[in-house]
Write a protein that binds this ligand. Structure first.
Ligand code: MN
Length: 248
């Protein structure tokens, strides 16, 4: 038995807190990271609200979505989002699933989410949208609650860093937990800015929004993402103050 390092667990706890304070998750939503001491498991909180997660709430889960916890704790019903994406994407080290509100309109309209500012180049120019009806049929509960649905979502995500989930939320992936958290914050920010830009463009009379070019998206992403420690340290300090004394 090789437990995950305490530094990794601390980062995962902080990630939960940051995502709440930055408005990406609320009572729901979750973040995972691959285990750093064994290659057959990842880490996720048991089924609690992200803002209240502590190190004692972190459980280990195998890539079939089975919770491996001697204390018998359970985890989120949608843990298959994580297990199936990890299976299909060896490059992905951390995953955020959220219902952050500004991105949802882009999952239910023909408006395409694309980079309007220099922090969101990772979105690319063809943000995939997962349609759960394609696997679960018209009558479903919208939840990615099985390996089959998780696999379908992973197929929709493909090689992208971000995917919308129609009428539900999104999934963000990265090669580190800090970057997965940052991208999920920047995706929500981009959605807000893009909605405002599209509204203003309509008022201006020509519906024209000047998006980043693919070269600008790639260029700014390359720079921003190498200094992710800076916003991470700030978000971490901010979350510590914001959640001081919070207990469940
Ligand atoms: Mn969900």
């Amino acid at each position: 038995m090789s437990p995950a390092s305490s530094a990794l667990i601390d980062d995962l706890v902080c990630a939960n807190h940051i995502l709440y304070v930055e408005g990406v998750v609320d009572g729901f939503g979750h973040v995972s990271v691959r285990h750093d001491q064994r290659d057959d498991r990842f880490l996720l909180a048991c089924g609690v609200a992200p803002a209240t997660v502590t190190a004692d709430d972190i459980v280990e889960i195998d890539y079939d979505g089975n919770v491996q916890d001697e204390a018998g704790r359970r985890s989120y019903i949608e843990r298959f989002i994580h297990s199936e994406i990890y299976k299909s994407r060896p490059d992905v080290m951390a995953i955020v699933h959220s219902h952050s509100p500004a991105i949802i309109p882009f999952s239910v309209t023909r408006a395409t989410l694309r980079p309007v500012c220099h922090m969101s180049g990772f979105l690319g120019f063809s943000t995939p949208v997962f349609e759960i009806r394609g696997t679960a049929g018209d009558d479903n509960d919208m939840l990615v609650k099985s390996a089959k649905l998780g696999k379908a979502l992973a197929e929709t995500l493909g090689k992208h860093h971000f995917a919308l989930m129609r009428g539900h939320g999104s999934v963000t992936v990265a090669d580190s937990i800090k970057l997965a958290v940052a991208r999920s914050i920047w995706a929500e920010m981009n959605a807000k800015l893009q909605t405002e830009a599209m509204r203003l463009a309509q008022m201006a009379g020509d519906n024209s929004v000047n998006y980043l070019t693919p070269g600008e998206a790639k260029g700014s992403m390359t720079i921003n993402e190498t200094v992710v420690d800076r916003p991470w340290d700030f978000w971490k300090a901010k979350a510590r103050v914001a959640l001081l004394g919070l207990k469940r």
